[in-house]
Design a protein around this ligand. Structure first.
Ligand code: C5P
Length: 288
């Protein structure tokens, strides 16, 4: 890496649960969700350059949308307009996360791109101004800008940081079928969940797991209509030894299983890889 080139990680997000509690007049859904981030993600490398140039590599580079649709460009455009500067820099995105998969890969890339451009362009670090811009990039982007466990409400923009969470061990599994978020929300026609009261109380891992089991992802039925393979993924995860529970993340199709420790998660990864060689499967640990 050349001098003044730097790298940032764009972690995957998991919705430990996701309740839909209503709908706004503009069509966006109101939700309550516990959003966490894990040690699996894309990588962005930044280097000085006169104009803006984006390179993409990595296992899922070929599935990326057209450059004009890329949220990294959109983040650059918004920031440049806000701070009346020119878009510049060479960005190399290593796309390790499957696209359109419910773990906020694109949102995390754009949130981290904002951080990168702030550093590269020498802009001030203004958290609230950045959060306002992040909202314009997508409902998940403000949480991705934080990158640590948050309790999210509204359409995802009202966030409370969780003071402390115990380590948690996950397996992520995706059947490799892109599942577009708008399509899943369009099909959602279940009853709204009653709003729950959030407690920021410190809890042990087993207390968290017991609480989380009471909740669900309200988008599961709608997402399974769009991508029927989700049902198979949930079943396969739940059947791995020592899996506490398996659930869909976001609008899918990535699902996750929760395990007591990294060894149990790794054993599940190995087993699932044997049974389903075409799926994307990864162990993941919480970023606290
Ligand atoms: O904000 P983002 O681009 O991630 O959302 C994609 C689509 O998902 C929106 O256009 C909307 O149709 C739907 N959505 C929703 N309610 C949310 C978040 C997303 O209806 N809270």
């Amino acid at each position: 890496m050349a001098f003044n080139t730097f790298q940032l990680q764009a972690p995957a997000k998991i919705n430990l649960f996701l309740h839909i509690t209503g709908k706004r007049d503009d069509g966006y859904h109101l939700l309550q969700s516990l959003m966490v981030f894990v040690d699996v993600g894309d990588t962005l490398e930044f280097a000085p350059h006169d104009s803006l140039f984006l390179d993409v590599d990595g296992p899922f580079a070929g599935d990326m949308p057209a450059p004009s649709e890329n949220l990294i460009y959109k983040a650059a455009g918004l920031l440049a307009a806000e701070y009346k500067t020119t878009m510049r820099g060479r960005v190399r995105l290593t796309k390790n996360l499957p696209v359109a998969s419910g773990i906020a890969g694109g949102s995390s890339d754009s949130a981290v791109a904002m951080r990168g451009f702030v550093k590269l362009w020498g802009l001030p670090e203004e958290h609230e101004r950045m959060q306002r811009l992040a909202q314009r990039l997508g409902a998940d982007v403000p949480a991705c800008f934080i990158g640590k466990p948050v309790w999210a409400e509204g359409i995802g923009e009202k966030m409370t940081r969780l003071p402390e969470m115990p380590q948690m061990h996950f397996v992520l599994a995706n059947p490799m079928v892109a599942t577009p978020t708008p399509e899943v929300f369009r099909r959602f026609n279940s009853k709204y969940s009653p709003a729950i009261q959030f407690s920021g109380r410190r809890k042990s891992m087993h207390e968290w797991i017991a609480d989380l089991k009471l909740y669900r992802n309200d988008l599961t039925d709608a997402a399974s209509e769009v991508t029927p393979e989700i049902k198979q993924v949930l079943r396969a995860l739940a059947e791995t030894p020592n899996c506490h529970f398996a659930r869909l993340s976001g609008s899918g199709a990535t699902c996750f299983g929760v395990y007591d420790n990294a060894d149990a998660a790794m054993a599940a990864v190995n087993k699932l890889k044997q049974l389903h060689p075409g799926w994307w499967i990864s162990p993941a640990n919480l970023l606290r």
